[in-house]
Design a protein around this ligand. Structure first.
Ligand SMILES: Cc1cc2nc3c(=O)[nH]c(=O)nc-3n(C[C@H](O)[C@H](O)[C@H](O)COP(=O)(O)OP(=O)(O)OC[C@H]3O[C@@H](n4cnc5c(N)ncnc54)[C@H](O)[C@@H]3O)c2cc1C
Length: 512
């Protein structure tokens, strides 16, 4: 065996997975076909639940320091309308202006600090597996070689060779349209109005927001102090562009002319990207010893959600894979990765497909649907719900015994807890990506029960009067595996805790 885990692909998902595996005590090998990191304009920002998880790992400060500007107000496009979450104090979704290339650099640096080797210029050509190992043929700068691993993670993007070699189907559709997104300065000849619309000499006013025409969709976002606006177009088009063929300002201007019939003068661009939407979902995330994550497993037909989903896959996969490698994974643990992330990603597919239906309609009925939807999004519950969907935060994982406590299967958001030594943040307890039992009610019985797992489960003791549970067992991905209802007697709580510890973290070790 050359290595325990091979991760194919050094995109955001592969790099996140590699870092998480290293935290869990597994040294993965990352194989990446491109010899150098590419600066292709892909995602312009990072948002959703993954930001909370990065905070738990102590990485959010680094991400914020790498941003290209201040954190924008939480307003997001949703299928041709907008959801404005800036009205709520605790917005369910926000995003950082952290371009994908910077995110990848940061994740690679972090993986390097944890001892991960990223082998660039190494393309995986073929994959075979048997009951005990996976063999990959790799083409590298020094020729072809064969590597053997216990597990292989395909984080190799939309056209995943790993997925294809593992025989996993990728059903769905590709929309015959091209989307263009530009952040570009408007010259002084264009008047920017107080209502966000713009006046172009010799043309009608172009209003802010989305405009549907016979030839496509046009979107105009608000201007900043430097007269930079966001422009968006969608046109029916079957051209297959290569990610490496950079878009130009002229291409945007031509597209605006085709969609709006207006020759919009444009200055310098700070961001230019072009993309096609697909709605596809791998029919399984695991085929024996091969697992899939990120774009290799799912493609969503809307912006702003894919990296969040993919990096959350990586976090959900890493601790389970590590448990398999360390030999204490309970039977079926790796399959729960598929159960949970498929459920979460199906929700993302649901709302992004709904966005396609909202966005693509070009008749009066579709206009009416958008207007009505926009109206509904003024209501707090509706906008919060859509915000949670965008953040990938509306899912409760189907953990066993979920009906014992409402927290079971939910994500643990950060909060400050009073402890014996002062105060501690929940987030700080999750830094090492180990399971944690948080005792909130000085429950010696539960701490004693968990001590048999102390080689792999940490215990934090806090005291708080305002608690929803006496104790919470948190998995490394920050989801609650189990919780003890307030005041639950030892004869019920202790066996239940032992059961949950065994279900998620295997039989107890010799650590008693
Ligand atoms: C123009 C554009 C704009 C986007 N905007 C957003 C956005 O705003 N928000 C958002 O969340 N997402 C956005 N996305 C989507 C986002 O870029 C992807 O979801 C993300 O890159 C997926 O990450 P990944 O790690 O799964 O795959 P990738 O980033 O595709 O990484 C896969 C890696 O695997 C490598 N690889 C492939 N095959 C092999 C092989 N056989 N051997 C070795 N290495 C291999 C590739 O070279 C690549 O480095 C955008 C995409 C595009 C194209």
């Amino acid at each position: 065996m050359d290595v325990d885990v091979i991760v194919v692909g050094a995109g955001p998902v592969g790099l996140m997975l590699a870092g998480e595996l290293a935290l869990a005590g597994v040294r993965p090998l990352v194989l990446e076909k491109y010899p150098r990191r590419r600066e292709v304009a892909k995602a312009g920002g990072l948002g959703g639940r993954i930001l909370e998880l990065l905070d738990h790992r102590g990485l959010l400060d680094r991400c914020e320091a790498a941003c290209t500007g201040p954190i924008p107000a939480p307003r997001f496009p949703f299928g041709g309308v907008h959801v404005d979450l800036s009205r709520w104090d605790d917005t369910p979704m926000h995003a950082l202006p952290l371009p994908q290339a910077r995110l990848e650099r940061l994740l690679e640096e972090r993986a390097g600090e944890l001892g991960v080797e990223v082998r660039r210029g190494h393309e995986v050509i073929a994959v075979r597996q048997d009951d005990t190992s996976v063999t990959v043929d790799v083409r590298g700068p020094d020729g072809d070689r064969r590597l053997v691993a216990r597990y292989l993670a395909g984080c190799d993007g939309a056209r995943s060779r790993v997925r294809e070699q593992a025989g996993v189907a990728f059903p769905g559709v590709t929309y015959q349209e091209v989307n263009r997104l530009a952040q570009v300065a408007l010259p002084e000849t264009v008047v920017i109005r107080d209502d966000g619309g713009i006046e172009v000499p010799g043309a009608d006013v172009i209003r802010a927001g989305f405009t549907q025409t016979e030839t496509g969709l046009f979107g105009l976002g608000p201007a900043d102090d430097s007269r930079i606006v966001s422009l968006f177009t969608t046109e029916d088009e079957t051209t297959e562009y290569d990610d490496d063929t950079a878009m130009t300002v002229t291409e945007v201007r031509d597209s605006v002319r085709r969609v709006l019939g207006v020759d919009l003068p444009l200055g310098e661009a700070t961001r230019l990207s072009r993309f096609t939407f697909h709605a596809r979902h791998a029919d399984r995330y695991r085929a024996g010893r091969v697992v899939l994550a990120g774009d290799a497993a799912h493609l969503f037909p809307a912006t702003g959600v894919a990296i969040n989903a993919g990096m959350l896959d990586a976090v959900g996969l890493a601790w389970r894979l590590a448990a398999e490698i360390h030999g204490h994974a309970p039977a079926g643990l790796l399959d729960t990765y598929d159960d949970e992330r498929r459920l979460a990603n199906a929700r993302t597919l649901l709302h992004t497909r709904a966005q396609v239906a909202l966005r693509r309609g070009r008749d009066a009925a579709a206009d009416a649907l958008r207007e009505l939807f926009q109206e509904l999004l003024q209501d707090e519950p509706a906008s919060r719900r859509v915000g949670a969907l965008l953040a990938g935060a509306d899912v409760r994982y189907p953990v066993p015994d979920a009906d014992r406590h409402e927290c079971a299967g939910t994500f643990v958001s950060d909060r400050v807890l009073p402890t014996g030594e002062g105060r501690s943040r929940v987030a700080a307890s999750m830094r090492a990506a180990r399971p944690v039992l948080v005792d909130l009610a000085d429950r010696g019985d539960l701490r004693e029960a968990a001590s048999a797992w102390r080689d792999r489960v940490d215990v934090v003791t806090a005291r708080t009067g305002e608690r929803v549970a006496d104790a919470v067992l948190i998995r490394p991905d920050s989801y609650v595996a189990w919780a003890a209802p307030v005041g639950e007697p030892a004869e019920r709580a202790v066996p239940a805790l032992r059961g949950a510890l065994t279900t998620w973290f295997g039989d107890p070790g010799d650590a008693v």
